[in-house]
Every structure is written in C-alpha cells, then in structure tokens.
Design a protein around this ligand. Structure first.
Ligand code: ADP
Length: 482
C-alpha cells in the first residue's frame, strides 16, 4: 500500500507542537508494516535538515497553478528515519514558505492552499497514484475538495485527521478561487464570503479521525465541537477516534542523548520511587536554574502557553509551589502577546526565587531534561485532543497531574498512574497538588507503584498504526466493492 501523508509539520524537521511528533511516530510505525509511506511538507526556510538524509532535488521547474497563472516550484526528496519525505519549495514571488516561521502569517490561507494544490499537481503527474492520501488538520484539509473539483477519477481515498479542532482555517472565498476552485462551486454555496477549510475537509474526505476516543465524543457536542459539531454529527458514520502514540525510540530515558544521566525501569530501587540517575537529572536541572535542592517532588510543565493549555491554572500552580516550597520548572512557548506578558511578569517576580524557574522559549533538548528531572508533570488543559507530554512523562517516570479531558482522560488515571482533577478551578487543582504532595511524602511505596505502572505502559505507535492500517484497508475494500 502506498500512503501519502500531507501536513504542515514533521518532527524533528519542522516541529511546532504535537502534530509534528505524530507525523513522525505514525509514519515510522506504518513503515514497519512494510508499506510505502511518504510525507509531503512545504520546504520552509526554517527547516531543521540535520535528520534528513540524501536530500535530492527531483523537480527543478515543476508547474503549479495559483491566482490565475502557473508558477515554478522545486520538489526535493529525502529520507527521515525510514520513510521518504517530499519537500515542496515555492519559487513564487510571494515567498510563501520563506517566512522564518511555519504558521502565523496573514496569508496562511493562501500559503497552505498553494501547498495543497502543488502537492496534488505533483502526485497526479507521477506514474501511479497513491492508494491513500492521509491529510492532517486544516492546512491540508482542502485536498479532497480540490481533488474532486480539479482532478480526474479514480481518486485515492482520503483520510482527514483532526489534531485540534480549535484551528479551522477560516479562509476568504478569494483564496479558494486562487487555488483554482471553479465558479460553479461558489454559486452552489450562495457566494459565501468565507470558507472553513476544516469543514470542507470533513464534508469531502472519505474518513475522519481524531486523536483520542474521548475527544471524538467531546467534539460531537455543542461545547466541544467549536461550531463544527453539527457537520461532524452529520458525518458520524465516517468518524472515529484513534489514540496517538509516542515514538518510543525517540522518547526513551535509557538512550536519550539529550540527558546527562540515563536510566530505565530496571534501575528503580525496590519499594521506593528512587532511580539514582533520575535523581541526578533532577539535581542537574535544579542546579542549572539555581533552584534549591529539596526533599519535595519537582513539578515540571512543558507546554505551548495558549488558552487551551490552562495558563491561569499553570499560574495558580506556580503560586501554590512558591507557597509550599515545592520546586517548579516551566518550559513554555507562546506567540500570544497577552499570555507572554503575564508569564514574563511572573518570571520577573520569581527571578531570584530558589523554588520556581520559568523558561519562556521552545527548547527541544531542555524539554527532555524537564521530563526526566520532574517527579510530577503538570498538564491542566481546558481541552486536550490527545496530548503527548503526559505519555512522555509516564515513560520518563514522572507522574502526570492532569485535568480530565480528551486524551488526558484516556491515558491518565487517578490511583493507577497519576493524579486527575475535573473542574478547571484553582481549588480542584490545589487539592490535587496537595494529594500528590502527600502521596510523595507519606506513601513512597504507592508512588513507586504508580511510577512503575507508567514506565511499563505501552504508549508506542504499534497499536494506533495497526488501527490506521485497518482503516486504510477497509476504505480500499469498500472501494473495490463499488
Ligand atoms: P500540542 O500539540 O497541543 O502543543 P502535545 O502535548 O500534543 O501538545 O505535544 C506537544 C509537543 O511539543 C511535545 O513533544 C512537547 O514536548 C513539545 N513542546 C511543547 N512545548 C514545548 C517547549 N516550550 N519546548 C520544547 N518542546 C515543547
């Protein structure tokens, strides 16, 4: 089976958040099923090419249509891990992918629609079509519509994965016209001024998945559906939730080259929550940020600082930590000015604090140390499609303290592998922090059990990759019977 994934991110080459990790982990796992897997991403000027092997120019002057004319593009091919990656470089004067950023440009709709059309032009000019086009989030969600409107039958089957319903790609009709969608379509839509690309993807793809079963239920409701619950309910018969995994080779405390000290479950000292090298990792993080050594658990938080992640609750937890002398390290990145200001203020307030350190940046290497050094990883999300950090934390022997929502509800269970609260209130959060602190102090044997359970759980991509594979096969079988 030839499966082509189309997305805006691929870790570690182009990563902003979990989307990049998912692309990498899922594609690596699908290759193990002996399928031909390719990933298509834009050739941004901010790519990290260090993990791309044999990067080769395969098309130097490839035409694609946009805004009434044909433009020149380059297509590059390289290998990441065990799968091929196609990089699409626009030579257009708009410099669509040369913005030193992946997202956040005023013309993002145009940028990604250009990318969608270019990918389709390229795939349809090759000798054979892929069996499956697996598209991710709104950045690739126009593919099925473009395909139906502009490309000849037979069409490969399309699977749309919704990684986060909060980002829908609201796009002026003019941008879709630039991508070549014919006038008749707009007339049939009563000349709407704006289109929701994710909604178009939901309507026109052959199957829709989202990244955890609980989030799949949540987004069918008016509160969770963010305006798309009606269209999702309409297409419920082609919709399912498949829990993400994590790449177990990349996220492995035994081999992680970003760590000063490595460890595994085998190093756990019997009936205590102690792993000597995990303790040393904690010491080095505390030293790095001039925090005092203490007999308390270290709370870590690695996150994008956006409303979804519960920034108010993160701030409450920081103040709670200051009050209770519990060390806290936040590694948070944000492009939202208000949230940035708030955290910058707290960073200034806690600058000389021996208890709290705030690092306002995206730092991959440091994130590994925070996962390893932490005893507790805080994930107080307001909503969370799947969430990867809680699974990474479990693998690194850190107990997640989470709000029960989306994928967090599917992976973290009170009394089994972490601490859970439901209400997004400071009192629910503080009660849970208190519970975690008391367990650490008074019940080390219980902590040991939770930690061991987390470190031995299977959060690999094996099961989800099999579920995706079965889904692809079902779609192709349906096709064969038509
Ligand atoms: P989301 O995709 O919504 O940001 P996930 O939990 O699904 O959340 O994935 C987040 C990924 O990004 C994880 O791999 C996490 O380690 C990483 N990450 C988040 N914030 C940072 C940061 N500030 N520095 C480094 N890595 C980060």
């Amino acid at each position: 089976m030839n499966i082509v994934h189309i997305a805006a991110e691929l870790a570690p080459v182009a990563k902003v958040g979990g989307l990049g990790d998912v692309l990498f982990g899922l594609c690596a796992a699908l290759c193990d099923h002996t399928h031909k897997v390719e990933v298509c991403i834009p050739k941004y000027d901010c790519l990290d090419l260090s993990e791309v092997h044999n990067l080769t120019l395969i098309e130097n002057d490839f035409p694609s249509f946009f805004n009434g004319t044909w433009h020149k593009n380059r297509v590059w091919q390289g290998t990441v891990e065990s799968f091929d990656v196609l990089f699409f470089e626009s030579l257009d004067s708009h410099n669509f992918f040369n913005r030193k950023t992946i997202y956040g440009c005023v013309d993002d709709s145009d940028r990604f629609l250009y990318f969608n059309r270019l990918v389709l032009e390229y795939l349809y000019k090759r000798d054979s079509l892929p069996h499956i086009l697996h598209i991710h989030d709104w950045h690739a969600a126009a593919i099925p519509l473009l395909q139906k409107m502009l490309f000849p039958q037979p069409l490969p089957k399309t699977v749309l994965t919704i990684h986060n319903l909060a980002y829908q790609g609201i796009t002026p009709a003019a941008s879709l016209k630039k991508a070549g969608i014919p006038e008749a379509f707009f007339q049939s839509q009563k000349e709407k001024e704006f289109y929701n690309l994710l909604k178009e993807g939901i309507e026109h793809s052959d199957w829709i998945t989202t990244v955890s079963p609980t989030y799949a239920d949540e987004i069918l409701t008016p509160i969770g559906g963010k305006g798309l619950h009606d269209v999702l309910n309409k297409h419920k018969n082609k919709f399912s939730g498949i829990l993400n995994g994590i790449d177990e080779k990349f996220w492995n405390p035994q081999t992680d080259s970003s760590l000063p000290y490595r460890y595994s479950i085998k190093d756990i000292v019997n009936h205590t929550p102690l792993i000597e090298n995990k303790r040393k990792a904690k010491q080095s993080l505390l030293k790095m940020f001039s925090l005092s050594e203490s007999d308390k658990p270290l709370i870590g938080c690695v996150t994008r600082l956006v409303a979804q992640k519960g920034p108010d609750l993160i701030q409450q937890a920081i103040y709670w930590s200051l009050e209770h002398n519990v060390p806290f390290v936040l590694l948070g990145s944000t492009s939202e000015p208000d949230i940035w200001e708030q955290f910058l203020q707290i960073k200034k307030e806690t600058d000389k604090s021996p208890t709290v350190h705030i690092e306002l940046t995206h730092n991959e290497k440091l994130s590994h140390l925070v996962f390893a050094a932490s005893d507790i990883l805080l994930v107080p999300s307001i909503f969370e499609p799947c969430g990867l950090t809680q699974m990474i934390a479990l693998r690194y022997g850190s107990l997640p303290l989470v709000r029960k929502t989306g994928g967090l509800a599917d992976t973290v269970f009170e009394g089994e592998n972490g601490f859970v609260f439901l209400d997004p209130t400071s009192s629910a959060l503080e009660d849970t922090l208190e519970r975690a602190l008391q367990t650490w102090k008074n019940h080390p044997e219980q902590w040991h059990t939770l930690m061991k359970k987390g470190m031995t759980s299977d959060f690999s991509w094996k099961k989800p990759a099999k579920e995706y594979f079965d889904l692809y096969q079902n779609l192709l079988t349906i096709n064969a019977h038509l």
